[in-house]
Design a protein around this ligand. Structure first.
Ligand code: SF4
Length: 454
């Protein structure tokens, strides 16, 4: 169902969607304050079947402590507080659902993630169910304009959704908030479809359509930790202590974008969504309550800075790397290939020994074309190989054709291009979080207890 527009009388708006901004101070009372100020559960149907959608994007290992979750995964603190509030209102049918992606495939990872986050405690205490949506049925939904996507059935058939994304940036979509969080409710085929090569129906256009069949909902942006250069654990995480709540998804996202330093008009999927819902994009039809918006704005960059030519991340350029071009990924790159972006720069940095490489270019996604004068072109993924396999502008093609490409094939390709990356960093992708965990040692503001339910 399309989100309800504010009613208008002439040009006067008589009911503005409310968005509450509160500081996170302590368990339960902070979430309660945000929800109450926003009237977030006022329209909760009696005996509702409620679906909670957190953001659980990465997991590994068996020990919860070794994953840098701050600013990446929704805190269990907020999830538990929401369950308590629902319980107080007599809700006894609650499902927590997520469709996390793991590569290499790990069938047990979702359960391990949910249990490590304490959802099994919520099950024992409140009868909450938790599901990996990939193990559940999907239903094809026609979203109009020729777009069909397959949505998880439990989500579609719930009476009420509590959508709890992290307040974070995203290298492709500028911000990843409530609307983007709904991408976890569609199946893998639909997710790939969202990264379309059609510029008129690109990722931003597609995700703006995700709320069309959203049941009545409450959105809570969990900004206890926020993520600059997100959405993953390679971003720069801040302790921000902000909660944003609204019964209106788009309004919550527009305020969330503003907090992260972006006018909603600068966020293409919010622009699409506002147009789609016939809403202004300048927050003029939104009522902000609680803390003042201008007092909590804290700019977060959404991409790691690149050099002026756009050919290399500044981080790599600073090391003096020459003879390599690795452009910023585009919207066509889907999640499995996107994950490689956390590894490739580190692998390149470690392989650099000071001697220029032989004009190597790395292409990703589905539509990139080679630059002039490159001697070796590494094509990462089946899609970019198919787009360029007959391209006469490529002098030496080094194709990694998998979907997603295998670690072994990527390492072989780099070696063929003369870049001696180590196999371990790709093969032991699982150990990457350990590397990032070092950033959090002895920093008391990053609390492990926010991801534990006792
Ligand atoms: S090769 Fe990469 S970009 Fe292409 S469909 Fe597979 S995961 Fe997506």
């Amino acid at each position: 169902m399309k989100e309800k527009k504010p009613e208008k009388k002439g040009t006067e708006i008589v009911r503005k969607p409310i968005v509450a901004i509160v500081s996170y101070e302590k368990p339960l009372s902070s979430v309660r304050k945000a929800v109450d100020l926003a009237h977030g559960l006022d329209n909760l149907p009696r005996r509702a079947r409620v679906f909670i959608k957190p953001n659980v994007v990465f997991w590994r290992g068996v020990y919860p402590g070794v994953l840098p979750k701050w600013g990446v995964i929704t805190t269990s603190r907020v999830v538990e507080d929401v369950v308590v509030l629902l319980n107080e209102r007599g809700v006894n049918e609650i499902i927590i659902g997520e469709g996390p992606v793991f590569y290499p495939k790990d069938e047990e990872a979702p359960t391990r993630a949910f249990e490590s986050l304490g959802y099994d405690v919520l099950k024992k205490r409140y009868g909450v169910q938790y599901i990996d949506v990939f193990q559940r049925p999907f239903e094809t939904v026609d979203l109009g304009e020729g777009v069909t996507l397959n949505f998880n059935n439990d989500f579609l058939s719930s009476d009420f959704v509590v959508n709890i994304p992290v307040l974070k940036t995203h290298a492709q979509t500028v911000v990843s908030l409530g609307i983007k969080n709904l991408k976890g409710m569609i199946d893998m085929q639909s997710r790939k479809k969202c990264h379309s090569v059609n510029p008129e129906k690109n990722l931003n256009y597609m995700i703006a359509k995700l709320p069309d069949r959203l049941p009545p909902s409450l959105t809570i942006l969990d900004g206890i930790y926020t993520n600059e250069g997100g959405p993953g654990f390679d971003g720069r995480i801040r302790r921000s202590n902000i909660l944003v709540a609204s019964p209106d998804l788009l309004s919550a996202d527009m305020v969330g974008a503003k907090i992260l330093g972006y006018d909603p008009a600068e966020v293409p999927h919010l622009l699409y969504a506002a147009k789609h819902q016939d809403r202004p994009i300048d927050l003029s039809d939104v009522k902000v309550v609680g803390r003042k918006l201008e007092d909590v704005v804290c700019p977060h960059k959404y991409v790691a800075p690149y050099n002026e030519e756009g050919t290399l991340p500044k981080e790599l350029e600073k090391r003096g790397i020459k003879g390599l071009s690795y452009r910023q990924c585009d919207l066509t790159l889907c999640t499995s290939c996107f994950g490689l972006n956390m590894i490739i720069p580190t692998a390149i940095a470690r392989a650099w020994k000071g001697a220029p490489w032989n004009e190597v270019e790395i292409l990703t996604g589905k539509v990139m074309l080679p630059s002039a004068g490159k001697k070796k072109t590494i094509l990462i993924g089946k899609c970019i190989y198919q787009a360029n396999r007959d391209n006469p502008d490529i002098q030496e093609m080094i194709a990694v054709k998998g979907c997603p490409p295998s670690a072994k094939a990527i390492v072989k390709a780099f070696h063929q291009a003369g870049i001696e990356v180590t196999a371990e960093i790709f093969e032991q992708r699982e150990s990457l979080p350990d590397l990032f965990m070092k950033r959090y040692r002895n920093k008391s503001e990053f609390e492990e207890s926010h991801f534990v339910i006792e």
